[in-house]
Design a protein around this ligand. Sequence first.
Ligand code: UDX
Ligand code: UDX
Length: 460
Amino acid sequence: MTLIKNICCIGAGYVGGPTMAVIAKKNPHIKVTIVDINAERIAAWNDKDLTKLPIYEPGLAAIVKETRNKNLFFSTDINTAIAESEMIFISVNTPTKTYGKGKGMAADLKYIELCARNIADVATTDKIVVEKSTLPVRTAEAIKSILHNTGNHINFHILSNPEFLAEGTAIEDLLNPDRVLIGGDSEEAIESLAKIYGAWVPQQRILRTNLWSSELSKLTANAFLAQRISSINAISELCELTGANVNEVAKAIGMDSRIGSKFLKASVGFGGSCFQKDILNLVYIARTYHLNEVADYWEQVILMNDHQKRRFSDRLIKTLYNTVSGKKIALLGWAFKKDTNDTRESAAIYVADHLLSEQARVSVYDPKVSSVKIQSDLNYLNTRTEDENLKLVQTVSNPYEAAQDAHAIAIMTEWDEFKDYDWQKIYKSMKKPAFIFDGRNILEKSKMEAIGFEYFAIGQ
Ligand code: UDX
Ligand code: UDX
């Protein structure tokens, strides 16, 4: 078993940052260096002011404070970090391709390949290379081939070690994982990594599999989770028409131990960097193998999610007498879920875009998301010019300002603080009738109606 004294992680993002911080905390004898091509991001990780870390996760700042510049380092010097380490995690992003073959479906592996080539160029000693990014099945084959054809007689072992952390609870998920999955074909390399996790994870929770099972398990886990949300969201629409209440249905089926209670919260639609990307990926792989029924089956999870987002904004517009033109609509929440500043694939982006296309004026408040991010999310869609987005979308620093003179409030993220607002005060400041569209079912219908709101939730 290789004794690991130095770890390098390429990619200081939502996955690399928290994962390495926890590994460093639990393995004080290992030097962990996180590198990134983005110098600004590295500078933010090194900022003395811990509120300026590039990623917000409960509990993260405290661990960074404890370990940074002791055995956790952030750097842009990728080559040195690779050269010094016995183990290298690849934790760069693998977005859905926006060009060429597989556009809109396949994962773009160019960053992964760049990393592999970078490692091949720089390495002078044996390395264990760990895929942390979510990758299509058999990506390890490509990495292997690049590394093994360098001709410099270095031994490379490839492991797949997908993360199962959810944003907002990343630190907790890392500290108490249901399981850690390590796929590989070298028992020695697998045990080197198992030892690192063994510093805090019980051995029976560390699963060893072959490379391909590990890669496919990650895609499968995300597909199953997303499928549950799309399933309950499909039922939510039926509830609205039949008088059933989706919360009651979810509770009733969730108490069946075969089904379980988690991931049954009806919502305006799932977001985040993983679900859509990973399912598209699965669909693409299935199509590549000509498994059209398999591809169609999983694709429907995405189509249902698109429908749920669209249905939410359609209902809002319809309720506001079929027009939102010139009306102010307040969006509470922009992040794809609470306790994170991540907005990738957030339902709020699509709902806002639809409302803007209907000429609404949108005012956004999110406790952790900046106006720069909100504008760039909208600009990325390319529906209208940057100037128009700037003109039509206002970002404010408190919810009361967002609601002032608004015709409707749409709740897009389930931030806890939304429950404790002075809703009486908000009601008074709004245009009447004052509408609330609760895309997360977090407010109490009876309480809101007692204040005077016209309240609409999902599936009720
Ligand atoms: C990403 C993927 O979204 C996820 O599927 C995978 O499981 C892990 O990687 P995340 O950490 O959330 O997750 O991505 P992101 O926050 O974008 O971080 C990736 C980082 O890699 C960025 O900071 C980027 O600058 C960096 N990067 C990218 C490199 O350092 N080198 C590259 O060649 C490409
Ligand atoms: C997910 C997986 O949970 C994690 O294991 C994987 O490693 C990465 O992808 P993440 O995207 O961070 O994590 O968040 P998650 O908590 O899974 O939520 C995804 C989306 O589904 C969010 O928009 C959330 O609001 C939504 N959701 C979740 C629902 O709408 N209803 C639910 O019941 C649960």
